[in-house]
Ligand binder design. Structure first.
Ligand SMILES: Cc1cc2nc3c(=O)[nH]c(=O)nc-3n(C[C@H](O)[C@H](O)[C@H](O)COP(=O)(O)OP(=O)(O)OC[C@H]3O[C@@H](n4cnc5c(N)ncnc54)[C@H](O)[C@@H]3O)c2cc1C
Length: 454
């Protein structure tokens, strides 16, 4: 099969590594003699999860066929390269929606299972893997196995959240949720500081199926953590009132055509943007109907927005802090950020429900904070190491799908079920054939760093 050797990166455009790409049309074309291999969907993980420096990366974008859609039961089966955007086009007009969706629809089904992605509804509906009825997995020896939560459950839950390291996910069978219309009923609630924001998010009177809060990461002092909670649910028949007129076709998406000069995103410009956003979004006091795309996928409207961070790229730092310590922990993180004077263009807070069954899955009951930070110099990595210490101190963890720099030691401390997971990985991949830049950085499967091989 034709292969291409090229520099490659994740969505954060850091790090950039030379990888050997292979793009099969079908899984039958796969070669079984490749020593070091990792699958890649749409490359929307931010760091090095879908990279393999000097190794093979298997692009799944052409293995994206819809195999079956039961419109009565809302059950869909598709090849893992199919994107959520492609799925939504089929299911939404027929009255169904994804049970869990990340903040972009330009991701593959395989990527959603491998990272066990979460949405704005984790506190109600869990993560992606909770709605997967089964997967077909292609193992290191080339065999194909079906895994479901009942059949080969250990392998199923090692693959859900397993970052592609147990094998290649060939197919996914997913249970969808019914919707009345493609609109979401949204309500914004303004909080003047972090304490108010937490109170809002913990109060069932304000809660909704989907809840996410935007935080003004540049606010300091008494305003530290001020933000807007954006709560919503799929509009019901009553809310989708007869007089309501579709506001028209979605605007054409715009694209960032070149790398922004790094200086354009500086503390002053980000402060000004945040203050404006706080006033504008906070001014919407009444509930309103929004198309599903602007609510779930606001950034998808700007193509290549990752270029905004300049040539050196950026890191998204996403962590979760357990419920009991969440307010204190998140406050400490925002304080560190504010003291560092390093700007974060985006800061988002979400609530997580109970921890799922995926052995390496990220969510745990608590609150998750995501920060987008441009790479200007090495000082950023010093700050992020400091944030890791705070996260560890409060019993939390960092999200591997966003990560580009966590240490092997911190990874082991943050993911206590790693040993259990490694036993399952070793049983199906004794040669550690499925390996990525992320897994080697974290010492996964290596003696003495990430864990002993048996
Ligand atoms: C704007 C934006 C918003 C986001 N919002 C969220 C969010 O709200 N919640 C959230 O959880 N995540 C979020 N993410 C992260 C994203 O959902 C995950 O990184 C997801 O895994 C990306 O899917 P992908 O197809 O691009 O996978 P890739 O980035 O290509 O790969 C990610 C991982 O999945 C593995 N993988 C991919 N396909 C397969 C396969 N067929 N078999 C085995 N392994 C495979 C790869 O090896 C890699 O480890 C966001 C990302 C962006 C850019």
């Amino acid at each position: 099969m034709h292969t291409l050797i090229t520099p490659l990166s994740g969505w954060g455009r850091y790090p950039v590594q030379t990888c050997e790409l292979e793009r099969p049309e079908r899984y039958a074309d796969l070669r079984s003699d490749v020593a070091r291999l990792i699958a890649r969907g749409q490359g929307r993980s931010y760091g090095d999860a879908a990279l393999n420096e000097n190794g093979r990366v298997l692009l799944t974008e052409r293995v994206n066929r819809l195999l079956e859609f039961d419109m009565q039961k809302g059950i869909l089966r598709a090849e893992a390269g199919m994107t959520l955007a492609e799925i939504l086009e089929v299911i939404v007009p027929r009255g169904w929606f994804l049970p869990v969706t990340p903040g972009t629809r330009f991701v593959s089904l395989g990527g959603c299972v491998a990272a066990d992605v979460h949405g704005k509804n984790h506190h109600h509906d869990g993560s992606f893997g909770d709605h997967v009825l089964g997967i077909e997995l292609i193992l290191a020896d080339g065999s194909h196995v079906m895994c479901t939560p009942a059949e080969k459950p250990e392998l199923f839950w090692a693959t859900v959240g397993g970052m592609g390291l147990t094998g290649i996910i060939g197919e996914v069978k997913l249970k969808l949720i019914p919707i009345f219309s493609d609109y979401v009923q949204v309500r914004h609630h303004v909080a003047d500081n972090l304490e108010q924001l937490f109170r809002l998010m913990q109060d069932s009177a304000f809660d909704d199926r989907y809840t996410v809060a935007w935080i003004d990461s540049m606010a300091r002092g008494a305003q530290l953590g001020r933000g807007i909670a954006m709560c919503g649910h799929h509009a019901t028949e009553e809310e989708f009132r007869p007089g309501f007129r579709n506001p028209g076709k979605p605007k054409r998406s715009r694209s960032i055509p070149f790398n922004f000069p790094a200086l354009m995103l500086n503390p002053m410009s980000i402060s000004a943007f945040n203050a404006l956003y706080y006033r504008r979004a906070g001014g919407k006091r009444e509930p309103f109907l929004s198309g599903y795309a602007p609510y779930f996928y606001p950034l998808d409207a700007i193509g290549n927005w990752n270029r905004m961070y300049g040539k050196r790229g950026f890191v998204q730092y996403q962590c979760v802090i357990p419920e009991a310590a969440a307010f204190e922990g998140i406050k400490r993180l925002l304080q560190e950020l504010s003291d560092s004077r390093r700007p974060s263009f985006l800061a988002v807070l979400k609530r997580f429900g109970a921890q799922g069954k995926g052995l390496l899955s990220f969510p745990m009951a608590g609150y998750t904070l995501a920060l987008d930070m441009p790479i200007r110099d090495e000082g950023l990595f010093t700050l992020l190491n400091k944030l890791d210490e705070v996260v560890l101190q409060y019993g939390g963890r960092v999200y591997l799908a966003k990560d580009a720099r966590l240490s092997a030691e911190s990874f082991r401390a943050m993911y206590p079920r790693y040993d259990e997971w490694l036993k399952i990985k070793n049983s199906v991949d004794p040669q550690n054939r499925f390996s990525s830049s992320l897994s080697r950085r974290l010492g996964v499967g290596q003696i003495g760093i990430g864990g002993t091989r048996e």
